[in-house]
Design a protein around this ligand. Sequence first.
Ligand code: SAM
Length: 332
Amino acid sequence: MAASQALSVLQATDEFEEILGKLHARNLPEFFELIEERIERERGANGCGAKPRGAEANLGEDESTADITLHSIASEVRNHPCLPPDAVLKSERIRHPTVGEFAALDPVTVVSVDKFLYEDDEAIDEMCDEGMLSRNYCLECGSHRSAPLNFISHSASSQQLKFIFQKALPDLNGKTVVDIGSRLGPVLYGAYFYSGASRIVGIEINPELCAIQEDMVKKFSLRDRIQVINADVCTQATLLQEADVVVMHNVFEFFAPSETQISIWKFLRETLKKKGCHLITLPSLAKSMETLKLSMDLTSWVKQCPLEHITRWIREDEAREEVQQICRYEIL
Ligand SMILES: C[S@@+](CC[C@H](N)C(=O)[O-])C[C@H]1O[C@@H](n2cnc3c(N)ncnc32)[C@H](O)[C@@H]1O
């Protein structure tokens, strides 16, 4: 192939993704093995030790300046005077879902532990020692029988942010990222420090949460690229149509009744039409629709871009499980 026709790394990655999308899931392991062998041969032939993208995706290692700054922001949010120890504001009125996987759990056994603010087990142990949190609930009051509580995080963790912006998405230089439901702002800070996106916008319906994000933007001088809009997402059609990346992390499940969720998804389907725009969702679109019993033809809207070829390189089980929940789509 002539040099002018050669694919860029991004084009090659896209073509590779397309091939993965066409393969049946049961054939993926065999395909990956063949690819691995091929890469090894290539390395041997070129005498080159370079590892493929994602090979070093041990997300917990090699703390960079970006990681350290993100930890500083988390610590600053944790100590924010308006935020209670469980990191849930009274005005949030989080509702236990009545449909989907969480509906089956007794609400008293579900506790919010913010993964952006309390990243590791040590931080959670500290909270337990200080009596701010318990890991177990009593099965029979007064007895010694107990069972582990179900922890749920309403924020993305640093590992998930690093994965989204450094591994899952292409180069975002000059692009616009929109986080629907930005809450305490982790996605905005992640996009700022782990990507080159030039415009990063959080849409958040709760004004108190917006005030906390604004404080961080000011304190860490992030205003050159981050903007926080206090609004219902359904009033932000123009912004959504300009976005190159739209992040939706569990936005509605704990925050709106089913009928509202259905009308928001219909609005998003009508509004998000920019070809090539990336959607990062957690959980998958199919799961959100299934939970709401909403029948929407996803195949005419988006194509899913598999991420297994990246996640499978992540060595630590816990980090891998966390990022495996992340889905990436491209609008058709
Ligand atoms: C699970 S949090 C997501 C947090 C953040 N994106 C992250 O990943 O760390 C969902 C947020 O969506 C907000 N939200 C819910 N419905 C909304 C709506 N219609 N418009 C804007 N924000 C909304 C909630 O107030 C909540 O803060």
